[in-house]
Structure formats: C-alpha cells, structure tokens
Write a protein that binds this ligand. Sequence first.
Ligand SMILES: Cc1cc2nc3c(=O)[nH]c(=O)nc-3n(C[C@H](O)[C@H](O)[C@H](O)COP(=O)(O)OP(=O)(O)OC[C@H]3O[C@@H](n4cnc5c(N)ncnc54)[C@H](O)[C@@H]3O)c2cc1C
Ligand SMILES: CC(C)=CCC/C(C)=C/CC/C(C)=C/CSC[C@H](N)C(=O)O
Length: 482
Amino acid sequence: CPGSAELRAPPDKIAIIGAGIGGTSAAYYLRQKFGKDVKIDLFERGEVGGRLATMTVRGQEYEAGGSVIHPLNLHMKRFVKDLGLSTVQGFGGLMGVYNGETLVFEESSWFIINMIKLIWHYGFQSLRMHMWVEDILDKFMRIYRYQSHDYAFSSVEKLLHSLGGDEFLGMLNRTLLETLQKAGFSEKFLNEIVAPVMRVNYGQSMNINGFVGAVSMSCADSGLWAVEGGNKLVCSGLLRASKSNLITGSVMYIEEKTRTKRIGNPTKMYEVVYQIGSETRSDFYDIVLVATPLNRKMSNITFLNFDPPIEEFHQYYQHIVTTLIKGQLNSTLFSSRALDKFDLSTILTTDNSDLFINSIGIVSSVTENDNPQPSTERAHVWKIFSQEILTKEQILKLFLSYDYAVKQPWLAYPRYKPPEKCPSIILHDRLYYLNGIECAASAMEMSAIAAHNAALLAYHRWNGHTDMIDQEDLYEKLKTEL
Ligand SMILES: Cc1cc2nc3c(=O)[nH]c(=O)nc-3n(C[C@H](O)[C@H](O)[C@H](O)COP(=O)(O)OP(=O)(O)OC[C@H]3O[C@@H](n4cnc5c(N)ncnc54)[C@H](O)[C@@H]3O)c2cc1C
Ligand SMILES: CC(C)=CCC/C(C)=C/CC/C(C)=C/CSC[C@H](N)C(=O)O
C-alpha cells in the first residue's frame, strides 16, 4: 500500500511566507497532513489575500485583483464549502470587441442570433475552440484525483506531464499563436476573439505560452463565480481553519543553520529573519514554504549561506492597472449608437498599440448577486484594465461624465515568454517554492494546486515516502481504483 510506511515524529515548526491564496491553502493542507501539534507561522507583510483584494469606494467593495473562478476549479469550490462561505454568479452581460475604430464583434442577447453571428463571422471556429479548451480541461482535472490519493510532484514540469503528457509540456514551450495556428484556427478568429481574451485576462498578446492561453480561454465558459463578500475571504477563512499563527512582518533572509533542540542531536534548521516595523526578529523552522513570487520587486527575500547556493529568480511580472470609474460611458467612442441604445457591458480590445485600455466592463460590488446591465438613468461602475495609469484626458475620452476614478496598480502575473523554464519547487532539503507554477499559468486555482502539492511533497519527504512522489502513469494506475 503506497505511502503507508511508518511515520516519523512530525516537525515542530513550519514557516510559510505569504498569506495569499497559495500560502493560506498551504497552511490548510499542511495542517491536514501533519496534524494538530505542529506550529505553523504564516508571514505576511501586507494584507491577507495578497492579489485577492478589494477596493472600497463610497462604502461598496469591488474585486480589484483575482475576481472570477471557473466552475471546475475544485479546490476553490471545496474551500468555499468547508468555510461556509457563499458565492455570487452572473458575470454575464453582452460583450463586444473594439479594434480602435469600430466594434468588430458584438454579442446578442438572443442565443440563436449569437450562434448565427459567430458562424457568420468565424465559421465553426468558436465551437472548435470550445472543444479544444474542454479537452485540455479534461486532462487538467486529473490533478484532483492524484491529489486526493496523496500523490505529489517534485517539479511543475513533472506535474504537468502527469496530466497531459508531452502535449502539455509542448504547450509550455510554444506560443499560443503557434499552437492555435497549427491547430488550424483562422487569423480573423485569432485576432478578433482570442487576442482580446488574452488582453483582458493576462494583459498580453497571443505570444504567451499555449497552456496559459488555454486557461485564459476557459474564462469564456459559462458559470464563472466569485465569493460573496470578496474572494479574499477564502484566505482569511483558511488561515483561521488551519489554526496558523499570522505574523505581520516582512521576511528578509532565510539561512540554514545547525541547532540543538531541547532533546536530541544537533539538527539542520532554517532561520527566518523578518522585520516588524523597525524591529528585526528571527525564528527557527524545520520546514519553510515560500508562497510569493521570488523576485526583487515582489518579495525581496535573500537566501544566505546555502550550499549549493539557491538559484536567482528573475521572472518579470506584467504591470497592470485596475481602475474603477463610476460614470456615463461615452458609447460613441466605440459605436455610432448613443448610450440609450448601447447594450454592451464588457468591451474587449484587439491587439492594437494605439489603444490605451485592454478592456472595460461593468462590475458589481462583491455583495451584489446580479447581472449588470447598462442603463441611462444611473451611471455604472466600470472596471478598466490598462498597461499604464490612465490620464485625465484618457478618462474623459471614455466617459461623458464621471463621479470618481480610483486605481490599483499590480505586478499581476508573469510576463509569459515561451519556452518556459519553470523554477524548482524544491529549493533545498526542506525549503519549498510554490509560485513557480505561475510560469505555466497564474490563477487562484493554480496557487491552490501548488499549495496542495507542496504540502504533500513536504509530508512525504519528511517521512521518506518516496513512492508517493513523481509516480509515472498515475492515470493508468488510478483508473482501476474505485
Ligand atoms: C488584476 C488581477 C486580476 C486577476 N484575475 C484573476 C481571476 O479573475 N481569476 C483567477 O483565478 N486569478 C486571477 N488573477 C491571478 C490571481 O490573483 C493570482 O494568481 C493569485 O492570487 C496568486 O496568489 P498567491 O498566493 O500565489 O500570491 P499572492 O497573492 O501574490 O500572495 C503572496 C503574498 O506574499 C506576501 N509577501 C511577499 N513578500 C513577502 C515577504 N518578504 N514577507 C512577507 N510576506 C511577503 C505578499 O504581500 C502577498 O500577500 C488575477 C491577478 C490580478 C493581479
Ligand atoms: C486553472 C483553470 C483550469 C481555470 C482558471 C480560469 C481562470 C478563472 C483564469 C483567470 C484568468 C485571469 C488572470 C483573469 C484576469 S481578469 C478576470 C476578469 N475578466 C475581470 O474582469 O476581473
């Protein structure tokens, strides 16, 4: 029976750096695996939630970072259920695509008319795209089976290979454009539908890798949802449920040192040095999980005196600005119709360097469970994604009038540039890195998957259960299990 070998005494203390969805779900899974006696410290220098954050404007909260969750994101679904949270749905509304001059595509509220329009413009390409994404999602879903049987992977590449074999690894190494051209998608469909979806989701072109491209295209599926009150509630809920200790401080260094515990021989431990205000403190841990992107701009953590030294991480993250504007849209910028005849609630844009926005769409507050519809009577709250902070002139081009404009800049997700070489998960003997998974695709569920994997990996390596790590042909092996 794999993984049922004798257990070593659990570690005394585990540190997790970063209390976003990655760090808090790692705390949750580590608690499940190592039990109640392990002390888990969770370091966070900003807000619990990280890139899951809301902006409060005039007493209403809106998602400013990670906002939508796919119906097949089973970890997120499970967290919401276990934590007793509620969900909101309705990211519907009509979508149009603007190329800087005109709307090249507009959805219709009638299903049948929409189908006819899609076929008229693009033949059966949109149906083929749906099937392409479904096939990838089907394989991707295998991870839940593997993780429920406690299997872990020592690298992102091995994890992806176990799901989709060489096809998934190939997608990491080729651009989405190459992948879809090879699959026979037309230039028109790619430019008018696929590129705009990449721009709204990842602020990048079709030169991102094929895997993140597929994840991004899955956002076109129906049934997207969010957490009522804000997605960040999952993070605070997991923190509480895992009974971890939150340390509000900024980690500066991690160093391996030999320590003699109260009983037993000298053992190797990790010293985590952190700053709270102007005070520097440190503590020792048996296991450390890093749950934040490792680069100077985002976390600035130094690894001291490791032999061999820990590699330097240089992944660039894409700068994106979220702007919330309450106002009356200047619909004539996009079409000849005045606002009372303009029924689009999301406008995506094609890859055109003259455009100063990636997308603009009506948003509801995190407590509203409705489908936003434009109306002339009251101004809506619009969420705009752009590469740069919008100037007043640009805002006045987009809006006839507005009440307020508030912005939140992000280093949002990796700047994808295939072929992708994903960072290691095992940085050192008992030191693990979660955010390397973002090189494949950045999404809440990806961080939760990386967290579950790292918790299982740390547990099996602690107990010497090598048979639970990097097993090949898992799909075939588990097929026969009930
Ligand atoms: C604008 C935007 C829109 C997005 N939309 C979606 C979406 O709709 N759906 C979706 O699934 N995903 C979306 N994403 C992606 C998703 O938000 C991220 O993939 C996910 O939240 C990453 O979580 P994480 O825990 O891995 O990292 P983070 O959330 O970045 O957490 C890392 C944490 O570590 C902390 N930290 C960093 N350095 C230190 C240090 N030295 N000491 C202590 N603490 C430190 C940070 O403060 C941070 O809180 C979006 C992201 C952005 C920015
Ligand atoms: C991991 C899998 C299989 C699916 C996740 C799909 C998903 C929800 C990806 C998120 C992509 C992303 C970074 C979107 C950012 S913008 C989201 C939204 N359009 C908004 O307006 O905020």
